[in-house]
Design a protein around this ligand. Structure first.
Ligand code: AMP
Ligand code: ZN
Length: 475
């Protein structure tokens, strides 16, 4: 039974889509004003795990994501860079897509840009005006929150004491600053603007998600997700706009991913405590280790980012790769060990049960490592039989359809190298040796030793020779 914690109801709920077998889902995408940091990517890795779990369960999925390519920040930065808004945001959309590929995020079924939906937004604002939910002031159009009785239901705000008619023009603001928010902003000197029937200007941030989600998923759809910082004001305002427009309930399940922290503080651009994927890859970290670390803690728990955690993630991946290598390379006596067969047969349901429980990724990791432990001890005690191997490898494959941190079994970059009796391609071994050399030069001997041990675990022995470092396969 699939259950999610729904921010709207404040409790764990059984998930049933509106239309049996079909899930309609909208996840707020990035604001493309700079490189996304790995805090942002925690939210997108969560969205990816959610997507993959729904697909693995056999749902037909319609998954939409937007690019916020017009808002206060994109406009400010484009002007500072002396570029048009499109020139400026294009490069960060390309970067986001490249980073998403490195992190193996599956592409949503539809990816949409706010600037390509300006007319749709203007029409929606006109309807809101006709329905009496708005007012105009100095060329801008505002949503009157007192006209929408459900305002505050997502973020559990008490709106009783809020002064009507007090406005905010910024796209982002805090909970203690609840106000009428801007739908359409009057043109400002030097800023891009459009000229639809409602008058010249540009959209505020919130209207884009209301309009694009309804356009592609319908007025009422199943899942709306994002990071917790979007609950207020963004998602609260989306609900107000959408329900005022259609008169119907908007999204049914609201899922919010907790923050990635650094030293106990939210990773964010404004604090400056952030790493982009590029920063970490330049330092030699693998994007798959980053994916693993981001996915390892269930999404509703905060996750503290540390280099040690990242190292642990790469060790865990290596352990799984070594395990697969060991299974593929060892020859076992014929037959089937019943105890192992029982475990592999139960594995798919264990994985499903863990993820059905509000995407409990920690439990899903526990399930695979338990299997690894059991199989390793069956190998060590001579119990494993050749008839078990395919099923064990299938469990790993199944697990990897969700976590996607292993090279696929037929992948030349991974097991292909096993043809030569190597656990990974020679370039990767050379790279690890180079990393070890660098660690030694920096007198980080603990790290150098760890790399040597990691290689040894995979059956590669390194020897410090006169002309440099040599490596060979352990006999
Ligand atoms: P933005 O590009 O600022 O609109 O953010 C894109 C996504 O990243 C949103 O879902 C945010 O809630 C999320 N996000 C931003 N910072 C963090 C963080 N430190 N940890 C987790 N998610 C975050
Ligand atoms: Zn949004």
């Amino acid at each position: 039974m699939l259950s999610f914690y729904n921010t709207l109801s404040g409790r764990l709920e059984q998930f049933t889509p509106l239309e049996p077998g079909k899930v309609r889902m909208y996840i707020c995408g990035p604001t493309v004003y700079g490189y996304a940091h790995i805090g942002n990517f925690r939210a997108f890795v969560f969205g990816d795990i959610l997507r993959r779990h729904l697909l693995r369960k056999g749902f037909d999925l319609a998954h939409v994501m937007n690019y916020t390519d017009v808002d206060d920040k994109t406009i400010r930065n484009a002007a500072a860079a002396g570029l048009s808004l499109t020139e400026y945001t294009d490069q960060y959309i390309a970067a986001f897509e490249e980073d998403s590929g490195q992190l193996r995020l599956q592409r949503p079924d539809r990816v949409v840009r706010a600037t390509e939906h300006i007319d749709d937004m203007a029409r929606a604002i006109k309807t809101l005006e006709e329905k009496g939910f708005t007012y105009r002031m100095d060329g801008s159009i505002y949503f009157r929150i007192s006209a929408f009785s459900g305002y505050g239901k997502l973020s559990r705000l008490d709106v009783a004491g809020i002064r009507a008619g007090v406005r905010v023009d910024q796209d982002e603001y805090e909970k203690d600053d609840v106000r009428d928010f801007v739908l359409w902003k009057a043109p400002k000197q030097g800023e891009p603007f459009w000229e639809p029937e409602i008058g010249p200007g540009r959209p505020g941030w919130h209207i884009e998600c209301s309009v694009m989600s309804a356009k592609y998923l319908g007025d009422t759809f199943d899942i709306h997700a994002g990071g917790t910082d979007l609950i207020f004001p963004h998602h609260e305002n989306e609900i107000a706009q959408s329900e005022a427009l259609s008169g119907k309930p908007f999204a049914r399940y609201w899922l919010h991913c907790e923050h990635l922290l650094v030293d106990g503080q939210k990773m964010s651009k404004s604090v400056g405590n952030f790493y982009t994927l590029r920063d970490l890859m330049e330092k030699g970290h693998s994007p798959l280790a980053i994916r693993y670390q981001l996915a390892s803690v269930p999404y509703r728990r905060q996750l503290n980012f540390t280099m040690e955690g990242l190292h642990q993630a790469s060790v865990s991946i290596q352990r799984l790769e070594n395990f697969r290598f060991r299974l593929a390379q060892t020859s076992f006596p014929e037959g089937v060990d019943e105890a192992v067969a029982t475990k592999t047969a139960a594995f798919p349901d264990r994985l499903t049960a863990a993820l059905d429980d509000d995407l409990n990724t920690a439990q899903a990791l526990g399930a695979i490592f338990e299997l690894v432990r059991d199989v390793n001890s069956a190998i060590d005690s001579g119990r494993l039989r050749s008839g078990n191997v395919a099923d064990i490898l299938q469990c790993l494959e199944d697990w990897n359809t969700i976590f996607d941190v292993l090279p696929s079994a037929g992948d030349a970059a991974g097991m292909g190298a096993a043809e030569d009796g190597l656990p990974f391609p020679p370039q990767q071994i050379e790279q690890k040796i180079a990393e070890r050399e660098q660690a030694r030069q920096q007198r980080d001997f603990a790290r150098a030793d760890r790399i040597r041990e990691e290689l040894a675990e995979a059956g590669i022995v390194i020897e410090d020779a006169k002309g440099g470092v040599r490596w060979r396969v352990k006999k």
